[in-house]
Write a protein that binds this ligand. Structure first.
Ligand code: KG4
Ligand code: ZN
Length: 332
């Protein structure tokens, strides 16, 4: 079965073709980062309009790369939510229009399920069950994953998501949008010993997170500086990253202990963070646990994870082409 995947929940148009026998055949992505940069964040209306321009050309590029035609597609998966309403509507309406025109079923996919299952696109891949640390711009959750559709929420952020904290802190330091990658790059030049920031909820006894206080602590630190030199900015960035990574790693290890599971997968944009990867690898190696990451290209939003998740849910494919979108939608 050949599944076309369409991701359009935020500021990336991602298209992919996944074959249930041969695996991922092709994928293309268009990021709107440059378009939104001058506004310092995603402008929803501009995002929707750009998705309209990109979905079909990227689909054509995917078909060409895979030596396939529209007629070869067996099902069309698309992100139904959560995300920006207008952006989701673009993917949903094109997917349903294509499905109707080709007489092929469509499969609505939960964006976070796409992220959760994305490490299964890599080799070696984890086996069920595993713990998933889902850290993106909109979410920070620890989930027990026992199979496709079998998700148990173990803990989540009570305020900002980890990626959101990276982005807001980067803004405080005057770094360009999107802040996460810029902040982590700057942190590499920083001295980890110069400043110490709080580790929110580290000893809360549960698996929840809180990151908004950390951003406020950075603001206080910035205000205390007589001069915000490049080195001081790098040192603050490093202190922030040290704090957030320590909390994420310790809670991940606690989630593995609580569930008795031996594997953890990291998904979502913050999973691209090098320090998080290094420290999680180290903590896991000490305890004979395994950590899995999606290929870097599939850490942030992409079409491959939607095509793949759709391929796991072929039994839910429908032919009625009545669609809705779910801008707010919990996975479990
Ligand atoms: O999963 P994603 O592409 O979109 C959402 O569904 O939110 O994640 C984007 C988030 C942004 O907040 C971005 O700043 C963050 O992931 N991010 C990073 C890094 N690369 C992306 N955060 C920290 N370090 C990185 N290297
Ligand atoms: Zn995402």
């Amino acid at each position: 079965m050949l599944v076309l995947g369409i991701e359009s929940s935020c500021d990336e148009t991602g298209i992919a073709l996944y074959d249930t026998e041969k695996g991922l055949l092709s994928h293309h992505l268009h990021s709107q980062i440059a378009m939104h940069a001058e506004y310092g964040g995603v402008v929803p209306e501009l995002a929707s309009r750009d998705h309209i321009r990109r979905v079909l050309p990227l689909t054509e590029a995917c078909l060409k790369d895979a030596n396939q035609t529209l007629a070869d597609i067996d099902a069309i998966a698309y992100t139904e939510g959560p995300g920006l309403a207008g952006a989701l509507l673009v993917g949903a309406s094109i997917a349903n229009a294509l499905g109707f025109a080709l007489g092929k079923p469509v499969i609505p996919v939960h964006h976070l399920e796409g992220h959760l299952l994305s490490p299964l696109l890599a080799t070696p891949r984890p086996e069920f069950p595993f713990v998933a640390l889902l850290v993106s711009g909109g979410h920070s959750q620890l989930m027990a994953v026992r199979g496709v559709g079998k998700y148990e929420l173990l803990g989540e952020t009570v305020d900002d998501a980890a990626g959101e904290a990276f982005d807001k802190t980067a803004k405080l330091l005057g770094l360009p949008y999107p802040g996460g990658p810029a902040l982590s790059k700057l942190a590499e030049q920083g001295d980890p010993k110069r400043f110490t920031l709080p580790r929110p909820m580290l000893h809360s006894g549960d698996l929840d997170f809180s990151f908004s206080g950390l951003k406020t602590a950075v603001l206080t630190l910035v205000k205390q500086q007589a001069e915000l030199t490049e080195q001081t900015k790098a040192d603050i960035a490093r202190a922030f990253q040290e704090a957030i990574v320590e909390v994420l790693v310790k809670k991940s290890v606690a989630a593995l202990k609580q569930t008795g599971m031996k594997q953890i997968v990291v998904a979502g944009g913050v999973g691209a963070n090098k320090q998080l990867r290094n420290q999680l690898d180290e903590a896991a190696a000490k305890r004979k646990l395994s950590v899995f990451y999606p290929p870097l290209a599939f850490c942030t939003d992409n079409g491959a994870m939607i095509a793949f998740a759709g391929a796991q849910r072929l039994q839910f494919a429908n032919h009625d082409y009545r669609f809705m979108i779910k801008p707010r939608w919990d996975l479990s």
